[in-house]
Design a binder for this molecule. Structure first.
Ligand code: ARG
Length: 458
């Protein structure tokens, strides 16, 4: 059995059940590379301020590097009784280099160490997730050529509303994902602050050089209050919240594409390699990946809730509760990463069923609002125009015909200002062309935005 680093004051060994209950090495071994990187920077600093000789530093640093390689190669035995990744690595170092290894933990505590490791890890994951978000944006953008000119019904309340260019839909997702990336970049600013040197809670009397450690580890700044630095997990909550927003964006998109791939909608054919079949119904091609993306958003939102409740009501400074942050965080990162990894090829591989969409595009009076706006531009107040067009729609509905099929006399009878120019805005193609506002689905507007996106992602 391994002696604990705190064994001095204890005269009885830890109960096995406590070891099993309190260990975290099962999951925090994932931080090993960041733990080693942080320890190496700490050793460099200890040597600069005269705590370690050059020889001692060399032994410690090469020892840590060897341990890193050993863990990476899979032949390192993590021991539960050594609790966490930090103590496992430290003990391995002492076993390897002898007593000099016992100097490494000078001027630091696991409390600032774990926060440092986790910040380094989160920083890397932010960069990875951001790159995956960009790949998904590229997948949406990559559809532009094949879907050029395609129109879709736009919905509110899932009721047909106004016609929209397919590319306008794709760019809408590019915008959402861009904000997700901005949120991550902003979160990164607060993540990338060095806690190491806060020690247990109050700092240290050892003459450490925190700026040197921050520089080596590429932190943008140093946390200025040791109580705060060793205790807070707001950076974890913030990252988990960014991930939850990404997950809800993905979930909304997945829901939309699940609907669009139904026989009822028939807008979209999903790539077969991203679908699964039924064990009993031979004809089924099911959108399971999209459903799982939608479903997994539940865990990511749940993880955020768990983290918020975890930190709620914790007095300063470090409390062991904080160890519970990692599994929730890791799960959110893994889940969102996996969803993004599949979303990009799914977006790229789907095909719009352009004929089926076009065949029913004149249903649902998608041009009614444009006709109303035409009447407004002829001088009729909006409230009156709304009512007049509403009556025309009701009459067309009764006969089961589109607005463009109404005879001119009927339009004139509805309002004398209506003349043959109405036919310039009737029908989905014309209605789309009639939009003119910045950010609208007008083809020139969309082409302009597409160009901006292509530049941004080039
Ligand atoms: N495994 C612990 C964690 O993840 C490390 C810090 C333990 N500190 C302590 N004083 N027990 O939070």
């Amino acid at each position: 059995m391994a002696t604990k680093p705190w064994s001095g004051v204890f005269d009885r060994a830890t109960d096995r059940r406590v070891e099993k209950f309190s260990e975290s090495v099962r999951f925090d071994q994932r931080l090993y590379a960041h733990d080693i990187r942080g320890s190496i920077a700490h050793a460099h600093m200890l040597s600069k301020v005269g705590i370690l000789t050059d020889d001692e530093r060399h032994l410690i640093v090469t020892g840590l590097e060897e341990i890193g390689r050993q863990i990476a190669s899979g032949d390192f035995l993590f021991r539960q009784e050594l609790e966490d990744v930090h103590m496992n690595i430290e003990r391995a170092l002492i076993d390897r280099v002898g007593d000099v290894g016992r100097k490494l933990h000078t001027g630091r505590s696991r409390n600032d160490q774990v926060s440092t490791d986790l910040r380094l890890w989160v920083r890397d994951e932010i960069d990875t997730i951001s790159a995956r978000l960009e790949s998904l944006q590229r997948a949406f953008l990559g559809r532009a050529d094949q879907d050029a000119g395609a129109l879709l019904p736009g919905y509110t309340h899932l009721q047909r509303a106004q016609p929209v260019l397919a590319i306008h839909y794709w760019l809408a997702y590019c915008e959402k994902l861009e904000r997700d990336r901005q949120r991550l970049a902003d979160c990164r600013l607060r993540v990338n602050q060095l806690p190491l040197g806060a020690a247990a809670l109050a700092g240290t009397s050892i003459p450490i050089d925190r700026q040197m450690v921050a520089d080596e580890l590429e932190f943008d700044g140093i946390l200025a209050n040791s109580l705060d630095a060793s205790s807070d997990r707001d950076f974890v909550v913030e990252f988990a919240s960014c991930l939850a927003t990404i997950a809800t964006h993905l979930s909304g998109w997945a829901e939309e594409w699940i609907l669009w791939s139904t026989t009822e909608f028939g807008f979209l054919r999903l790539p077969q390699e991203f679908c699964t079949g039924s064990s009993i119904m031979p004809q089924k091609i099911n959108p399971d990946v999209l459903e799982l993306i939608r479903g997994r958003s539940g865990r990511v939102v749940g993880n955020l809730m768990s983290l918020l409740v975890l930190v709620k009501g914790l007095p300063l400074a470090y409390n062991r509760d904080l160890q519970e942050d990692k599994e929730r965080l890791f799960d959110s990162v893994d889940t969102v990463s996996a969803c993004l990894e599949l979303a990009a090829p799914l977006v790229a591989g789907a095909a719009l069923n352009r004929e089926r969409i076009a065949a029913r595009l004149e249903e649902g009076y998608l041009d009614a609002t444009t006709l109303m706006e035409h009447l407004i531009q002829l001088g009729v107040p909006q409230r009156s125009a709304h009512e007049i067009i509403g009556k025309l729609v009701a009459s067309a509905m009764k006969r089961g015909v589109p607005l463009a099929s109404l005879p001119l006399e009927e339009l004139r009878a509805a309002h004398p200002a209506l003349d043959e120019t109405v036919y310039e805005v009737l029908g989905v193609e014309r209605a789309v062309a009639a939009f003119s506002s910045y950010g609208s689905t007008n083809p020139h507007q969309v082409a302009h935005q597409l160009e901006l996106w292509r530049q941004r992602l080039s």
